[in-house]
Design a protein around this ligand. Structure first.
Ligand code: C5P
Length: 238
């Protein structure tokens, strides 16, 4: 067979070798999971929607000076990216309280967080992605102090750019998760940005337009992703 072996398979994506040693191909699956993989479902067309969505966001960020791994969309479900040496830390930025923050601190969903809250989580399924801080990141060697500073800087910069972009189309960027990696001595944004990894609320109706529709069994998951894409001018009929 001429299909290359996957290097890594995650819950929503498969990573294949790219055209050379410096690149990778991301394949966006329809699979959706929540609650540590306890709830799983295939959502028709989700993979292609997220691939198009991610291509738009990564390109938008690059045009505004953010270094990202994204190179180009290859076809409906695949994108070519620069291979990074990934840092096993998730960087979560919150403009409003939702999800695990509400559970942990007992704050009301929707509460404005000013200044926004930045949290780090260790990427470790067996440990259920525990929250960690800069000190853990340094001591356990997940990243150097300067790398943590760059991750924080780019997370805040991405927030400033995307909060504004989503506001232009009537959406509140509630929170989002980013992952970073190293390339040529610099920190680059990796992974994907899609409604699977952020929360977006309609500014008028306060309706959830993201993966919380799946987590909470609200239905219309892919329909909501398509509506967000439509507002941003992303073609999803390819
Ligand atoms: O669950 P929690 O409230 O901590 O999630 C914060 C944000 O990070 C949400 O937008 C969620 O979709 C995203 N996230 C993610 N992947 C994870 C954990 C959180 O995309 N493993």
């Amino acid at each position: 067979s001429d299909v290359p072996a996957a290097l890594y398979e995650g819950k929503a994506k498969i990573v294949y070798p790219g055209e050379d040693a410096d690149t990778l191909v991301l394949f966006f699956k329809d699979d959706t999971s929540a609650f540590d993989g306890e709830k799983r479902e295939q959502l028709a067309r989700k993979g292609e929607i997220n691939n198009a969505f991610n291509a738009y966001i990564q390109t938008y960020l690059q045009e505004h000076g953010v270094p990202t791994h994204f190179l180009r969309r290859l076809d409906a479900r695949r994108s070519l990216v620069r291979r990074l040496d990934m840092i096993p830390v998730e960087s979560v930025l919150r403009n409003r309280a939702a999800g695990s923050l509400c559970r942990r601190l007992g704050v009301e969903e929707g509460r404005l967080l000013e200044p926004p809250v930045l949290e780090f989580f260790l990427k470790n399924d067996a440990l259920h992605d525990p929250m960690i801080n800069r000190s853990h990141i340094r001591t356990f060697g997940y990243a150097h102090a300067e790398e943590v500073e760059r991750m924080e800087y780019w997370t805040l910069r991405v927030n400033a750019l995307l909060r504004e972009r989503f506001a232009q189309v009537g959406l509140i960027l509630v929170d989002f998760k980013l992952e970073f990696g190293r390339f040529a001595g610099e920190i680059f944004l990796g992974d994907e940005f899609s409604p699977d990894g952020c929360r977006l609320w309609d500014v008028q109706s306060q309706e959830k337009m993201d993966k919380d529709r799946f987590r909470r069994g609200l239905g219309g998951v892919v329909e909501a992703y398509i509506e967000v894409a439509r507002r941003l001018g992303i073609a999803t009929d390819a």
